[in-house]
Write a protein that binds this ligand. Sequence first.
Ligand code: ATP
Ligand code: MG
Length: 255
Amino acid sequence: MSIPTTMAARLRKAARVILVGPPGCGKGTQTTRVLNRYPQLTALSSGDLLRQNVRAGTPIGLEAESIMKNGGLVHDSLMVKLIVGELSRRGYLESKPTHAAGLISASPSSASSPSNSSDLPSASFLLDGFPRTQGQAKKLDEEVSMNLVVNIDVPSEVIIQRISNRLVHTPSGRIYNLTWNPPKVPGIDDVTGEPLTRRSDDFPETFKKRLEAYRKETEPLLEHYDKAGVLWTVKGRTSDEITPLLEGEIKKRFG
Ligand code: ATP
Ligand code: MG
């Protein structure tokens, strides 16, 4: 199945989107498609960023590698440093006065947050895979108010079947599925011609742990964002079913 053909569309307001969903639900695939559709959006994938650090052998990569291999979650403090640092470097967080730690903890606990983000469409971004714990969500709330949290709801049996068919191009994060979205040449990335690999954490035992971590640590975040009035749930069995719904919702809210 090929990626649905897309025509670029414009955003009128800043979209600050989080994709939430179990491992293998297609966050990465949706990210690629939504970015094609809305060129003003840029994406930050915590998993891709971590894998790049592992490949490059950075201190962050060295710390994260074994945790990722085992299907666990990387520590909140490290993740927050990585993602908030990257958002700030890319200019998505307007500079604000450095605040004392005490001031932060005195701020309201809910998702009501500082308005230190621009409303210009060019300040739009999408987070894939972050936040994943209550601690991460709280830190993100302190930095920027996200205005759409997408819950990608795919049945577990579909996910498990899909993971055993997944291949990735690690440098770009591009994802292929042998059934739904195969590369043009078997084992080769369509864009660069480089080889595709399997993610070491996609093997069944590790995958089970990732699924458990999702249910325990990440699913509770949905309630947090629901209370904040920004949660939207999309259900589907395939990425092709979900893409038009997701793009339609972005259009409705920000187009
Ligand atoms: P998929 O890519 O199929 O959606 P996933 O969301 O579980 O699955 P990634 O987001 O690529 O996979 O993450 C891979 C691994 O990186 C996780 O299992 C975890 O160890 C680590 N990781 C990624 N994001 C975070 C995060 N926000 N907090 C803690 N660990 C993370
Ligand atoms: Mg991913």
